[in-house]
Design a protein around this ligand. Structure first.
Ligand SMILES: Cc1ncc(COP(=O)(O)O)c(C=O)c1O
Length: 427
């Protein structure tokens, strides 16, 4: 190959185009970043679907020079999505993975566990946290968060030797008291699922940085259109792309966004080894979803505000939780760190009996788990997402048994209000 002009790697091409995207506004970035130009040559306006497991070359030197080798770590569709997400978050780098849960697990693995390339079996014991009783690392999570993530920390990571402390991070003094020199990580979801607690990313990150630990923020409820945790001091951001970022409810996905070196470690060590890979077609769908993210979020937010106000005035609704309402205890903080208040509402009715009647009376609004879709979805929280929790855990999560989590879709708000009205009238 000597004397021949080397082709630019996708990374080199990306570096050049990133400078261009960074000068543009969010609405332009969401449609163009990562896709213009996209990482392989073709005149097609849209990126074709690269459904391939490996990339074959005519010589070893060509293979060694090329970025793409095997789709567990590299794929042009995923690569374009990674570039778009890192641009939208203002991060150096991103890795898209199979689901939001995979993103959380890979991000935490990279921070909590040592990267060991080769290890002799006898030495493994010395690495296990439980064999170092003087130095039991701990993780701090907020009292209220998505139950799948809660289970990962309190069940799985505890078996790996990490102690998980559950703390109400809305009260910064509680967080400060819980942090010690063995705290490796604080994990916060804001707004939290399902209670819509708002946590102060800047203050929480500053506290954990004092002891050299890291802060991961799950940004799923806000999406980068409403909140950019890296700009408030978070070390890594995770997103369940399944929700608002894709927004069309037709696939699952997750992403981790943050500094380049951490993301290289996640891609080439953790993802490569754990294998929670996103299918290229999912990346293709999510790229399409991203192109309208801010437009959809704007409508989710205005619809949610109208419905929250309607519910707040209704005599049969005992409580409404929406960060955009002045009655929300963290309304001022939400105003500070989010550009708008999101498409999720929580509300409570007066009794379990009324809740059971109400949910079956809805006609337009669908009953279902998950969120962030064009279609409005409601869940009766304690018997759906919260079904696995023991009653003491529900109490610690502040999860009431009359709570509904409402993912407000993109339908006409008057139609949604009419549906709520006819159901509330009959209970
Ligand atoms: C806040 C939050 N984080 C992570 C997840 C997990 O995402 P996924 O379903 O894509 O694995 C969810 C799922 O509901 C969630 O609500």
């Amino acid at each position: 190959m000597t004397g021949e002009k080397k082709t630019e790697t996708p990374d080199q091409k990306y570096k050049k185009s990133r400078e261009k995207w960074d000068k543009l506004q969010f609405d332009t970035q969401q449609g163009r970043a990562g896709e213009d130009p996209y990482p392989t040559a073709s005149g097609s306006l849209r990126i074709p679907l690269y459904s391939t497991k490996s990339y074959a070359y005519s010589s070893l030197s060509e293979l060694l020079e090329n970025h793409y080798s095997y789709s567990r770590t590299e794929n042009p569709n995923l690569y374009a999505l990674d570039q778009k997400l890192s641009t939208l978050h203002g991060g150096e780098s991103a890795v898209s993975v199979a689901s939001g849960m995979a993103a959380v697990h890979l991000a935490c693995s990279s921070i909590l566990q040592k990267r060991v390339e080769r290890i002799r079996p006898k030495k493994i014991n010395a690495l296990l946290p439980q064999n170092n009783p003087e130095d039991i690392p701990n993780i701090i999570i907020h009292t209220n968060q998505y139950t799948g993530v809660y289970r990962l920390f309190t069940n799985i990571y505890s078996q790996l030797g990490y102690m998980t402390k559950v703390v109400d991070m809305r009260d910064l003094s509680q967080l400060k008291n819980a942090i010690d020199e063995d705290t490796k990580l604080i994990f916060l979801e804001t707004p939290s699922n399902p209670n819509l607690d708002i946590l102060d990313i800047q203050q929480c990150a500053a506290l954990i940085h004092e002891v050299g630990g890291k802060c991961i923020v799950d940004n799923t409820f806000a999406s980068p259109a409403l909140q950019k945790p890296l700009s408030w001091g978070a070390d890594l951001v995770v997103e369940s792309l399944t929700k608002f970022v894709n927004g069309h409810g037709d696939t699952l996905g997750g992403a981790i966004i943050g500094p380049k070196n951490e993301l290289l470690n996640i891609r080439y060590f953790w993802l490569e080894t754990q294998g929670a890979v996103m299918h290229p077609f999912s990346a293709w769908l999510i790229l399409r979803g991203c192109r309208t993210l801010s437009l959809r979020m704007e409508r989710h937010c205005t619809n949610a505000m109208k419905l929250a106000q309607y519910l707040e005035d209704h005599p049969k609704v005992s409580r409404v939780i929406y960060p955009g309402l002045k009655s929300h205890p963290n309304h001022e903080l939400a105003k500070k760190q989010m550009s708008s208040f999101g498409g999720m509402i929580g509300f409570e009715l007066r009794s379990v009996d009324e809740c059971n009647k109400f949910i079956d009376l809805l006609k337009l609004i669908k009953v279902g788990v998950s969120l962030g879709d064009t279609t409005s979805l409601i869940e009766y929280t304690s018997v759906m997402t919260g079904i696995d929790l023991a009653s003491w855990e529900k109490r610690r999560m502040n999860l009431s048994n009359t709570h509904f989590r409402f993912s407000v879709g993109l339908e006409d708000p008057q139609d949604l209000i009419k549906d709520l009205e006819q159901a509330l009238n009959k209970i």
